[in-house]
Design a protein around this ligand. Structure first.
Ligand SMILES: C[S@@+](CC[C@H](N)C(=O)[O-])C[C@H]1O[C@@H](n2cnc3c(N)ncnc32)[C@H](O)[C@@H]1O
Length: 245
């Protein structure tokens, strides 16, 4: 099965769990404190946001609650985009969804004050140079790119609970691996080093404003408490860049 078909299947979860996700979106925020800290000054200006690989769209509701004027989510899963769109309508928030394969978002160049992405997005893209070029095209001059994403070391960590270990079958410098855990079991995930990500951002003529590595993962599968997530190792990174004026 190719990755698009795999995501069409995986995204049915957003439909099965529609009511729970709606309640979650209504009640709180899916944005992490580290995201809110960095985004708050940008959201004060009520930006038009484009969310690349928007998935179930909970972050879009949270971005609007935190100040965004509007969010356009782009995702190649029609199932995910349809569920997100229905949720936005139920909540009365200004979020709309476009079904499209990325990179190559079919949106007006310069339409975004802020491009938001991450939380399991970049691993599906084999060419980050093309991704970053797409981001630059979407941003207006002075607009920002925000990424909160799994750290590129994450594929190497085992989920052992007694102590952290490195998987002998994975390499930091490998180009890809086959995911062997829920929910993407069987799908090919691309790997980029941290320097690959930064080089792609700089090559797209974006100015790097912030880069930080964090110990907490953005996702903890149920019933797992991996030792690799207890503060000793990097599990996420945050990045903020700006298109020059
Ligand atoms: C792990 S989800 C993360 C989504 C979102 N950040 C969230 O937290 O819900 C990854 C998303 O990327 C989408 N996706 C993967 N590859 C894509 C591509 N090449 N073009 C567009 N969407 C893609 C999938 O359909 C899926 O919804």
């Amino acid at each position: 099965m190719d990755n698009r078909a795999a995501w069409e299947t995986a995204s049915r979860k957003h439909v099965r769990e529609y009511a729970e996700l709606l309640a979650e979106a209504r009640a709180g925020t899916s944005l992490f404190p580290v995201e809110l800290d960095l985004l708050r000054p940008l959201l004060e200006a009520a930006p038009a946001v484009v969310h690349l690989q928007s998935g179930h769209g909970l972050d879009d509701v949270a971005l609007v609650k935190a100040g965004a004027a509007s969010v356009v989510g782009v995702d190649f899963s029609r199932t995910a985009a349809t569920a997100a769109s229905r949720r936005a309508a139920d909540l009365g928030v200004p979020c709309r969804y476009v079904v499209a394969e990325l990179p190559g978002a079919p949106l007006r160049p310069g339409c975004a004050d802020l491009v938001y992405t991450g939380k399991g997005a970049l691993i599906w893209l084999p060419d980050l140079t093309a991704w970053a070029r797409d981001v630059t095209a979407l941003l207006r001059p002075g607009g920002h790119l925000f990424v909160y994403e799994a750290h590129p070391m994450v594929p190497l960590w085992t989920w052992d609970e007694d102590e952290p270990r490195i998987r002998p079958d994975r390499g930091y410098f490998a180009r890809s691996h086959v995911n062997d855990t829920f929910p993407a079991n069987g799908a090919v995930e691309w790997q980029a080093t941290l320097s690959d990500v930064i080089t792609a951002v700089l090559a797209a003529n974006l100015d790097l404003l912030h880069l930080a590595e964090h110990p907490d993962p953005f996702w903890r599968p149920h019933n797992t408490n991996a030792a690799a997530w207890r503060g000793q190792l990097p599990n996420t990174f945050s990045l903020l860049a700006r298109k020059p004026l």
